[in-house]
Design a protein around this ligand. Structure first.
Ligand code: GLA
Length: 346
């Protein structure tokens, strides 16, 4: 595996970039800062390789950026209302970093720390990254060790395996925050991409994007992606949920049988991305906060809705919503997640 120095942190530690290449010529690059996927090159229907994930050219971009491009987010991907929860009768206050709420692990989440990388092993196109988060970090109880393994399979799948443990009861709900644009050019928006999500419900949110606790049927609403639909078809409809999210920024309630949960297709390139996961929820975020101010790879400014995220995880705010599937992790238990982004053409 090719390893290069990507940059240096202010404290002098080096950040490395690892290049994973499979037998079909697809290439994924990952840095140990934030366990971040910095590029992912997959073929279009004519075999042309293009990068399909947004990111920066330099470490500084990732250090200063606020969009979570390509990173593993945690401990808790998505929001916890007012950053508060109680567990086993104890109250915890997490860092508030999104209005009055806690988002994506806090000020210095898993996306803003250096992970320990263990490249290679038996499979050349596989990289294990590990981070140990200390007891009390961003307000969370327990020392948590999270291992994330990225594998680029010969079938053009980016496979992500998670394994987490703790020494005290805590909550753990990490996810991968890549922004996809399958068109081959980040100058294009994702509004023409066709999306299918195999889900009958979403968890509606309040204006701070905290779930109300209900599950709403997607039928007869702009949230109905049960059949492939252009993302732009209804994104600007008059709809309270879309207004709160400034577009799509919601959790779809998956059916719970680990397998295919979503499909994303871009007709000009013929690229198709199929998402498989064992998680209960899928946050579909349509890049509504991108506003052209982030200058990405090759100097391209990432305009409104030029990338989208399909974040596999538990529902937002589960510690305060006992009716949702929980993510409590106790000593002796192991958190596991497997998610696959599979690329093909048609
Ligand atoms: C998630 C959230 C969004 C936003 C992005 C990062 O998808 O749900 O509201 O915070 O991350 O910009």
């Amino acid at each position: 595996m090719k390893t290069t120095v990507f940059g240096k942190l202010p404290d002098g530690r080096e950040v490395h970039q690892y290049t994973l290449e499979n037998r079909s010529g697809a290439v994924a690059q990952v840095i140990d800062y934030g366990a971040t996927v910095t590029s992912l090159k997959v073929p279009d229907r004519n075999g042309r390789m293009d990068d399909v994930v947004l990111g920066y050219d330099s470490l500084q971009g990732y250090m200063e950026g606020t969009a979570y491009f390509g990173a593993i987010v945690g401990r808790y991907g998505n929001r916890i209302g007012k950053g508060r929860f109680s567990l086993d009768g104890k109250d915890y206050q997490l860092t508030i970093n999104d209005g009055e709420n806690h988002l994506h692990g806090g000020k210095i989440g898993f996306n803003k720390v250096l992970w320990e990388a263990k490249p290679g092993g038996a499979d050349e196109a596989s990289l294990l990254l590990q981070y140990t988060s200390r007891d009390g970090e961003e307000g969370y109880p327990g020392t948590v060790t999270l291992k994330v393994t990225y594998t680029l399979t010969d079938n053009n799948e980016l496979r992500i395996d998670y394994d987490g443990t703790t020494d005290k009861a805590t909550v753990l709900n990490p996810t991968q925050h890549s922004y996809f644009n399958l068109s081959g050019s980040f100058e294009n928006t994702i509004l023409d991409h066709l999306l299918m999500i195999d889900a009958d419900g979403i968890t509606p949110v309040d204006k701070g994007l905290i779930p109300t606790g209900q599950i709403a049927d997607v039928a007869d609403s702009p949230m109905d992606f049960r059949r492939p639909m252009a993302i732009g078809a209804h994104i600007d409809d008059r709809n309270e949920q879309l207004a709160f999210g400034k577009g799509y920024d919601h959790n779809w309630v998956l059916k719970g049988s680990a397998g295919k949960v979503a499909e994303l297709y871009e007709a000009d390139s013929g690229r198709m991305m199929t998402v498989f996961t064992d998680q209960p929820g899928l946050q579909f975020y349509s890049g509504n906060f991108l506003d052209g101010s982030a200058i990405g790879k090759n100097g391209v400014s990432y305009k409104h809705r030029s990338g989208l995220c399909l974040e596999t995880q538990a529902f937002p705010d589960t510690p305060n919503k006992p009716q949702f599937p929980q993510v409590t992790l106790r000593p002796g238990q192991t958190y596991r997640q497997t998610t696959i982004y599979q690329f093909s053409t048609k």
